[in-house]
Design a protein. Structure first.
Length: 172
């Protein structure tokens, strides 16, 4: 099935070595594959962003994004209850997965972890307004706490197949 989808240009894979044995295949949707799962709210979202920008300017749009960030922080605050960083990161990935980001956590070979989001359910909005991506990164930093370094390593809007964030204690 995956080979057929690959031949149609809907999925692609990369090989990843994860210990002994044959390398694993990590499959992801291509741009054409993502188009098969359209965001039915994308057009309305783009129209609302344009209307907010027109009515309130960039400052007003930034205030709306900040309000969304505050609401998300409250929700995540209720879900991220673990005392240690790795467990909180797993809880964050679970919350993001429930929101449609297909999120997971993997160990980073140089220490720390990767928070990986294989899908972006707000991609249309993020393309129209980079404030959403900036806000999400700030939200991750807030939720994982002081003493944690978070760096975006892959970005769908920059042409990557996913968004990924390297997370590690700041002392590493």
């Amino acid at each position: 099935m995956l080979e057929r989808l690959s031949a149609e240009g809907l999925v692609e894979h990369v090989s990843e070595k994860a210990g002994v044995g044959r390398p694993g295949q990590v499959w992801s949707l291509t741009g054409a594959g993502h188009a098969r799962f359209p965001d039915s709210h994308a057009q309305m979202t783009l129209e609302l962003i344009a209307a907010a920008r027109s009515a309130f300017g960039e400052e007003g749009l930034d205030r709306l994004i900040a309000a969304r960030e505050t609401a998300s922080a409250q929700s995540y605050g209720e879900q991220l209850t673990a005392p240690d960083l790795e467990a909180r990161l797993e809880q964050l990935a679970l919350a993001r997965a429930r929101e449609g980001y297909m999120a997971k956590v993997e160990p980073h070979p140089d220490g720390g972890w990767l928070l990986i989001e294989n899908h972006c359910p707000i991609c249309a909005a993020a393309r129209a307004c980079q404030g959403f991506c900036r806000s999400e990164l700030a939200l991750f930093r807030l939720m994982l706490g002081d003493g944690v370094s978070i760096e975006r390593t892959d970005h769908i809007l920059a042409g990557a197949r996913r968004c990924a964030y390297r997370v590690q204690p700041a002392a590493i």
